[in-house]
Design a protein around this ligand. Sequence first.
Ligand SMILES: [Zn+2]
Length: 421
Amino acid sequence: MMKTFIYLLLLSTFCRGAEANEVVAIKAGRLLDVDNSKLLQDVVLTVVDGQITNTGNTVPAGARVLDFSDKTVLPGLIDVHVHLSVNAYDGSYESLGISVPAQAISSAANALKTLQAGFTTVRSAGAANYTDVATRDAIGKGEITGPRILAAGNFIGMTGGHCDTNLLAPEFGQRDPGVADGPYALRAKVRENAKYGVDVIKFCASGGVMTKGDDPGTQELTLEEMQAIVDEGHRMHKKVLAHAHGTEAIKTAIRAGVDSIEHASLIDDDGIKLAKKNGTYLVFDVYNDEFIREEGRKAGLLEETLAKEKLVADAQRENFRRAVKAGAKIAFGTDAGIYPHGENAKQFAWMVKYGMTPMQAIQSATIDAATLLGKDKQLGSLAVGKVADFIVVSGDPLANVQALEQVDKVFVAGKLVYSKP
Ligand SMILES: [Zn+2]
């Protein structure tokens, strides 16, 4: 059963190109070589069965030609932090009335919007009750259209923490499915997630902004508990990501061995040093506060959320600048769902505003993101042997990174999945 499933997944992932063995030549006026930080002129990319087989300047005999001589071609974008089941205007208390099936249907719609915005791979940073796993599988089977998804499933965290929704009085007995306390109970949650098909493990190492009754600056879980989660995840060959805003929570999670720190808002110089030393990726969601500030009240967010946002947002942006300057590893993650899906690319301009070059910002969403996901052999750049996930934009995103906010065409494994009307 599992073998059949994996086979189907591989089949749909790698073989949904053009006709079998058809040679397709993509003429790119400009091609972004993110492996070598170069913008190449007049490149011909050859694709066979969804895979890049050559990059050069000649069109192979008999090839079907796709001519983008006046455009820029770059690798499909990757967002390593999205919540497909969440809609920005769902509100806090209103969200309690949204069923799991409704969340799954929203996920399908949001997956399509994300793909059409040029994001051909996303990492779901958690979706209660495995709607992200179901969405991934439906895309794999060709039932719906969306990006490749690496799913985290249930958020893991402690009782009363950011990963345990706290909107109701005690007599309602609300408890999120990934909540546990103590190293072995938390290991059991990792095993349960693995049982139901997640690709990655997400846990909460500190309080958050969007939830009630917790503090972003406070560490949640002990070092021993975090180590148990990381050890169990890694033993099962799954990368582990930690939601962490607070200074100490960030450092404890890095020491516990996580692969990436999400938000990283209040990271200090020691934390940046520690992340560099351990090779830990930092994922700063530096755009979404614009949405919270402009639309948060209308979106039904708690007053508490609006107040907490003020405490962490500006600090996060300044700390992002310091992390860039220090040369820390940074991957592109937006927390889309907090703001509308499909607007993921709006974050590029903010990354540039706070210290990255456009090339660095694009690398964070291509080759660096692929490396964090452990997929850099298949994804993240337009090199021979990789899957032909690419997007086409007008203009030069190195001159104006906002060119990425309007994508002309999106290809997954060599197949056109979106064309701007
Ligand atoms: Zn998140």
